[in-house]
Design a protein around this ligand. Structure first.
Ligand code: B12
Length: 276
């Protein structure tokens, strides 16, 4: 057993039972491609439920879509975790599995009564799967901070949560302010935490002209603080191009990961520095 070989960090409970943290188990499986033989570790049990259903050989996105539509929470959480265990990054899981599965759900019902029920439930299931990964990531307490949220009047949960999890995967300590975040609150959070990176997700906006003006102002203030600013999401592309210029916009979590990686390489440890 890997634990006995010293390959996996193990502690003992008061009763003498072996205890392996989820974080260590996940890191070990990702690094060694070890099979999940005894998923005693809480958080990995769902993977077994997903594995039991994998025999049909459907593509992962198809399976995730089916689990979300049918409300099969354990299998969906387990599939998200098993993709991560298999070596995929959180960014590619978001862009290649979660986004297309949710997109299809939106196309299928176009907000009928039943569709809204399925959408809310599917969102909650994905939130559970992503939070499980986020909680298991081991981020250094001296790592730089990233803060972010969804734009004012934007109720969407998943995009900003995914951004936080992707950036945690890139080694940031993340503060996710979630849906409907006032921009001045985002600025306060960035200042108080000396955030090196600030993200904003825009899936819905009341008035893109007003939002663009406010974003420009925010971008200037963040620059003075030394915090790099990145905006993305389904409605980010509908900001007027002239207004968008000072704001770095991107369309995927993979781009966000690359943006974060660049900042991490330039400044491995925390604390923002204002530009000269
Ligand atoms: C779930 C959902 C809801 C839920 C939200 C639940 C919740 N609390 O989160 C509820 C039911 C509340 C809802 C409501 C509405 N919805 Co809705 N909804 C969806 C649905 C099905 C999924 C959204 C989602 O979570 N996607 C998953 C995420 C991960 O994907 P993503 O947003 O594309 O994010 C990716 C990229 O954009 C990028 N990204 C995102 N953020 C960021 C940030 C940064 C910094 C970077 C770099 C990248 C990045 O990376 C992500 C991963 O690849 C979409 C369908 C769709 N096409 O997405 C419709 C959809 C967005 N909704 C739509 C509509 C019309 C509405 C309503 C107006 C319906 C109504 N008449 O009331 C309301 C509006 C709410 C509002 N106040 O604005 C339309 C929008 C059409 C349009 N273009 O304007 C869609 C496209 C459905 C459709 N096919 O018609 N909705």
């Amino acid at each position: 057993m890997y634990a006995d070989d010293g390959l996996l960090r193990v502690s003992r409970t008061a009763g003498g039972h072996r205890r392996i943290t989820v974080t260590d188990a996940i890191r070990f499986i990702r690094d060694t491609h070890a099979p999940l033989v005894h998923p005693e570790v809480p958080g990995l049990r769902d993977v077994q439920a997903a594995n039991l259903d994998a025999a049909g050989g459907d593509p992962d996105e198809e399976r995730l879509h089916r689990y979300l539509v049918d409300g099969r929470t354990r299998e969906a959480r387990g599939l998200i975790m098993s993709l991560y265990l298999g070596g995929e990054s959180i960014a590619t899981i978001a862009d290649n599995q979660i986004r297309p599965a949710m997109y299809r759900i939106g196309e299928r019902w176009r907000h009928s009564e039943e569709g809204i029920f399925v959408e809310h439930r599917a969102t909650d299931i994905c939130v559970q799967g992503v939070q499980q990964l986020r909680a298991a990531l081991d981020v250094d307490e001296r790592a730089p901070v990233a803060v972010g949220g969804a734009a004012p009047h934007d109720p969407y949960l998943l995009p900003s949560l995914l951004a936080a999890t992707v950036l945690a995967d890139e080694g940031f300590r993340t503060i996710n302010l979630g849906p409907d975040t006032p921009l001045d609150v985002l600025l306060i959070a960035a200042r108080e935490n000396q955030a090196r990176l600030t993200w904003l997700s825009i899936s819905a906006a009341e008035n893109t002209n007003t939002l663009s003006t406010d974003l420009n102002e925010l971008a200037n203030r963040l620059e003075q603080l030394g915090s790099r600013f990145i905006v993305g999401g389904q409605r980010a592309g509908s900001l007027p191009p002239s207004m968008r210029e000072p704001v770095h916009t991107a369309t995927s979590m993979s781009e966000l990961a690359a943006f974060g990686k660049g900042i991490r390489l330039a400044a491995p440890l925390g604390g923002a520095t204002a530009p000269n």
